[in-house]
Design a protein around this ligand. Structure first.
Ligand code: LR7
Ligand code: MN
Length: 589
């Protein structure tokens, strides 16, 4: 069986952890797969990496009948106001069987009414900002799905119907990407006839992937704005008006709601952090980072104002219908799943548009830990080919960087014909990737001509600084900076960038950090989320080979114990060998 290696971003807010809203702690979803998990400086738990789904052997199988049946059986009050659903111990076996089908708690979902209530999670001010909504452009909501559960699909649909001003909602378009389940065929056609909003159904007999499916929906739409949603979302009050208002002001702005979390175990609706924005990492995985420093201050003025984001998550956004066509909609060669969100993001920014997150718009998305469906052709022919296309079309010399460190993409590079997309780039007179890095994602941590990229080696023992892999202590936002035997091949885990400002950054916006003031007599050096503050500024002295922590004027050193576990410290500069470092540049193009 092919492991479903999926890029997976699950984030859980602090409130979620505090409230402990998941009532049933079930042991069957082990998290020991190849993924990293840490709590960032805002107390947000981040899980990222290649997740290989739960060991199938251990889970009871769902029968074919279970897979094909629609067991939606709402229980009054279940999941009310976004609260979690509690499953009784007697139902646990069935729950586990059903969980497998969609990789979320289908039993819980099937108990929640399609029109459940949700909290109004917006800031108070949002309620009064969009009262002139009858002047806004109209919209078509496009939902593509492949083998979605009935309850999640139609809770998405009903949340749209119930929480969108009817004047602004022209139609809903459901695009079926060759689902196999019986209940999604005739029963669905019959059901949509009863909906109070015009609902079109587009069918595919062969799997086309989400990009083509969305394009089919767009081609059949009449609204002035296209609004895309995944098939397992729940929209809260005001979600649509605030998106449309922004597009009305500027038709070249593509807008995203704040994406809240629908818990995959309990179906609790969990408000997420409003200050997240999207970017990516060295593997071209979408990642959330947090608005920091200067930007935050700017925003403090008005927390309801839309703010820029370098990339979008991909599933939930609104765009002017004509503008979407003008900038080249999607790359139709992208198959099944993945990469299209980065491609669209780079294209919008580089070709004269903008992407923003609208804090007054909140939509919940059901986050899963693994993907339930097949990737025809395997993930190299789908995901990695898509990512190779993103790099080849939009990333200029940084494409070389991506291919150098990502073998999977490198292997499919030659198969890609991207000439029509390169023509589009030329025709639209798009700016280059360097411009994007310098102007849109200023806090990026990619290599560049003006900064160091490579290994940081200790002279005494010929050991390399590494980014701690795997689990960092999940209660603490940090891991101790450690040395490791230098690897023969160029591996991301020992690659660092040192910026002109003196930040020592590695993948996922992780920085070399030391306290500005002494804590308990020791100054342990840590690797933690970049906050671009003085405590993360360093200076390298070419002559003495010392690595100096700027605010303390102390030198980077091996812990006095010299024990591996004790990691690195900063201490008085004495020019000993353990305080000498070599910056070994690694070519990246
Ligand atoms: O072959 C397929 N055909 C489909 O129609 C595969 C998927 N789909 C449908 C599927 O039923 C779903 O409605 O496409 C939609 C997205 O698929 P998901 O839910 O498996 O994707 P995801 O939520 O895991 O992944 C995110 O990244 C994807 C990359 O291609 C898409 O851009 C998703 O829309 C996107 N989801 C979000 O942005 C929601 C917020 C996630 C975050 C952060
Ligand atoms: Mn999704």
């Amino acid at each position: 069986i092919l492991p479903l290696a999926l890029l997976l971003i699950v984030f859980t807010t602090k409130t979620y952890l505090d409230q402990n809203v998941s009532p049933q702690k079930i042991g069957f979803r082990s998290r020991t797969h190849q993924q990293e998990e840490y709590v960032d400086r805002n107390g947000i738990k981040v899980v990222v990496g290649h997740y290989i789904g739960p060991s199938v052997k251990k889970l009871p199988n769902a029968s074919r009948d279970m897979i094909n049946a629609n067991d939606f059986a709402p229980v009054r009050g279940a999941g009310k106001d976004g609260r979690p659903v509690v499953i009784q111990p007697k139902d646990l076996l069935k729950m586990q069987q059903l969980f497998q089908i969609n990789r979320f708690n289908l039993l819980a979902s099937d108990r929640i009414p399609l029109n459940r209530s949700l909290p109004d999670v917006r800031r108070k001010k949002c309620r009064y900002l969009y009262e002139d909504y009858d002047t806004y452009p109209s919209s078509s909501v496009i939902i593509v799905f492949h083998n979605e559960a009935w309850s999640t699909l139609f809770r998405t649909v009903w949340s749209v119907i119930n929480r969108s001003p009817r004047e602004l909602l022209k139609e809903i378009i459901l695009v079926d990407d060759a689902s196999e389940r019986e209940f999604l065929k005739t029963p669905l056609d019959e059901y949509v006839k009863s909906l109070p909003v015009t609902t079109k159904v587009i069918r595919n007999s062969k799997r086309v992937g989400l990009v083509k499916a969305r394009l089919q929906g767009a081609a059949r739409s009449f609204g002035e704005v296209l609004v895309f949603l995944d098939a397992h979302c729940e929209c809260t009050r005001g979600w649509l008006e605030s998106l449309l208002a922004r597009i009305k002001q500027d038709r070249k702005t593509v807008v995203c709601p704040v994406i809240d979390i629908i818990n995959d175990d309990s179906f609790a609706y969990v408000k997420s952090f409003e200050l997240h924005w999207g970017a990516l990492n060295w593997n071209l995985q979408f990642r959330w980072y947090t608005l920091g420093g200067r930007e935050l201050k700017k925003r403090k003025m008005d927390t309801t104002e839309p703010f820029f984001t370098p990339t979008m998550a991909g599933g939930l956004f609104a765009v002017d219908r004509e503008y979407f066509q003008e900038i080249g909609s999607y790359d139709e060669e992208m198959r099944i799943w993945g990469g299209e969100n980065l491609e669209l993001s780079f294209r919008i920014w580089q070709c004269g548009g903008k992407i923003e997150i609208v804090p007054c718009s909140h939509v919940g998305h059901l986050f899963r830990k693994s993907s339930p469906y097949t990737f025809p052709g395997g993930i190299t022919k789908t995901l990695y080919s898509n990512l190779a296309r993103v790099a080849l079309v939009w990333m200029d010399e940084w494409a070389e960087f991506y291919f150098k460190f990502n073998e999977n993409a490198r292997n499919v590079r030659a198969d890609q014909n991207v000439s029509s997309r390169l023509e589009l780039r030329k025709r639209l007179k798009c700016k280059n990737f360097e411009w994007y890095l310098d102007n849109v994602w200023t806090q990026h941590f990619f290599p560049k001509k003006d900064r160091f990229f490579g290994r940081i080696k200790n002279l005494e023992e010929d050991l390399c600084l590494i980014k701690p892999l795997g689990k960092l202590n999940s209660n603490q936002p940090t891991g101790i900076a450690k040395l490791n035997e230098c690897l023969k091949h160029d591996m991301i885990i020992e690659m660092f960038v040192m910026t002109k400002e003196g930040f020592v950054v590695t993948d996922d916006s992780i920085c070399l950090d030391a306290p500005e003031k002494e804590t308990d007599g020791v100054k342990t050096v840590r690797i933690m989320a970049c906050n671009w503050a003085n405590r993360q500024k360093w200076k390298y002295n070419e002559k003495t080979k010392e690595f100096i922590h700027v605010s303390n004027n102390l030198c980077l050193d091996v812990a006095p114990s010299k024990k591996y576990e004790d990691g690195l410290v900063i201490t008085k500069c004495m020019n000993t060998d353990t305080q000498k470092w070599i910056l070994e540049a690694v070519p990246w193009t």
